[in-house]
Write a protein that binds this ligand. Structure first.
Ligand code: FAD
Length: 399
């Protein structure tokens, strides 16, 4: 099996395939697994699978299990709504909910892959599929062959272009500024809580990562001028300070601590009608790039990876084995991820922003949620309940 891309999806796929005794080689364009990115949400649906891969103790070490999610008024800090997480969430959805730095999760996954199985500095420029297998070509002039090619090569996937044709990105109308701030510089924020500030000109999220030492912030602002889709584009601290200037003191505390800023112009794609050919398939962002509003990008990639490994492992060997396995995989995953991909467009936590800031006299007493927003938060949680509860291995067993 050749897995193209050592992101969260590719590394999970490699770990799951190796665990099932399959022969795997991962090819990654980057020269090293760099610490790029900020925080991610690891929902119960992704966390249960990583626990089964043996990463429970490591996640408890590097990630955070938030005790609650609190929605506050952007302007005056009044608590709109508070959702218990922690044990309550785990009891409801059968596995913990984590917030984790992308670099910490990548490192934990990479530790599951023996050194010889991961080839760095190998940018794939194209591939050819025949009845006998797949031949990959790399920018450094080298080639490799495999029985099956897994395109886990992210939003700009070369494999997707070959399997499904060129697709136009769809701009969401918003841009997110993101980064991390030291928790020591935001003393008014509890280190075990996820925060959302709504009802202002920007919507701000902040959640603890790296054992609570850092807060990831994501400031979502309306943006008429769509910048190109990129994980490495940068913004400036001044832009964030301006976007958050009208916020309550805790919002400005975050703004004052901002250092490096990523500028994340939010695009997605229409769901694909097919993911696979006889020997090639897609997973993660290569298959279904989605907006971040349900916090599911990494989780859906993890589910894909586990499902793909199971389908490949249980298919009889022989010339038609890969095609049957890829067909099973796609039939299970395409309808599910389509629903999550389209659901993520609905705006998720953006609907909390519908609450105009109430006048000061109408502010709820400290710690007491305002009506309306509590209902919006409740409906948001209901929206993602089916995603959090989903167990892809149980679904495979049923299928
Ligand atoms: P990705 O995580 O995009 O991984 C794809 C991998 O394929 C990359 O390592 C890439 O270098 C490699 N690749 C691409 N093309 C080729 C090629 N031609 N040849 C060889 N290798 C190739 N999500 C968040 O929620 N918060 C973040 O802060 C965040 N930061 C990110 C930073 C970066 C640099 C990237 C790439 C993604 C980031 N994401 C972030 C996205 C998130 O990781 C994904 O949405 C999700 O984990 C699905 O991952 P994936 O494995 O499908 O794709």
């Amino acid at each position: 099996m050749a897995v193209l891309g050592a992101g969260i999806g590719g590394l999970t796929a490699a770990a799951a395939l190796l665990r099932r005794g399959l022969d795997v080689q991962v090819y990654e364009q980057a020269g090293e697994l760099r610490e790029v990115g900020v925080g991610l949400h690891l929902g119960s649906n992704g966390a249960r699978l990583l626990h089964r891969l043996g990463l429970g103790a490591e996640l408890d070490r590097v990630a955070v299990r938030p005790a609650a999610m609190e929605v506050r008024s952007f302007g005056d800090g009044a608590v709109f709504a508070r959702q218990p997480m922690g044990k309550t969430w785990e009891a409801e959805y059968g596995a913990p909910y984590y917030t984790v730095h992308r670099a910490d999760l990548l490192a934990a996954l990479a530790a599951l892959i023996p050194p010889g199985r991961l080839a760095l500095g190998r940018r794939c420029t194209g591939f050819e599929e025949s009845d006998a297998g797949v031949r990959l070509a790399f920018a450094d002039g080298t080639e490799a062959t495999a029985d099956v090619l897994v395109g886990a090569d992210g939003v700009h996937s070369v494999v997707r272009r070959a399997v499904a044709g060129a697709q136009r990105p769809v701009f969401s109308g918003v841009t997110a500024y993101r980064g991390v701030v030291p928790a020591g510089e935001t003393p008014s924020l509890a280190r075990d809580t996820m925060f959302v500030w709504a009802g202002g000109p920007s919507r701000l999220l902040a959640y603890p990562v790296s054992g609570g030492r850092l807060f990831t912030f994501v400031a979502v602002v309306p943006d008429g001028g769509a910048a190109p889709e990129s994980w490495s584009a940068t913004g400036s601290a001044d832009e964030v300070v301006r976007a958050l200037a009208a916020g309550e003191p805790a919002v400005r505390e975050i703004a004052a601590a901002v250092g490096e800023v990523g500028r994340w112009s939010l695009w997605d794609r229409e769901p694909l009608d097919r993911w696979s050919t006889a020997r090639t398939t897609l997973l993660g962002d290569a298959a279904h790039p989605m907006l971040p509003h349900h916090g599911q990008g990494a989780n859906q990639a993890i589910e894909d990876a586990i499902a793909l490994a199971a389908c490949l492992a249980r298919t009889p060997r022989g010339p038609h084995g890969p095609a049957a396995a890829l067909d099973d995989y796609e039939r299970l995953r395409r309808p599910h991820t389509r629903r999550v991909q389209l659901g993520s467009r609905d705006g998720g936590s953006m609907r909390l922003g519908g609450d105009a800031p109430a006048p000061a006299s109408a502010a709820a007493p400290a710690g007491r949620p305002r009506e309306g927003s509590a209902a919006a938060l409740g409906s948001m949680v209901e929206d993602v309940g089916w995603v959090q509860r989903y167990d892809v291995e149980a679904a495979l067993a049923d299928a």
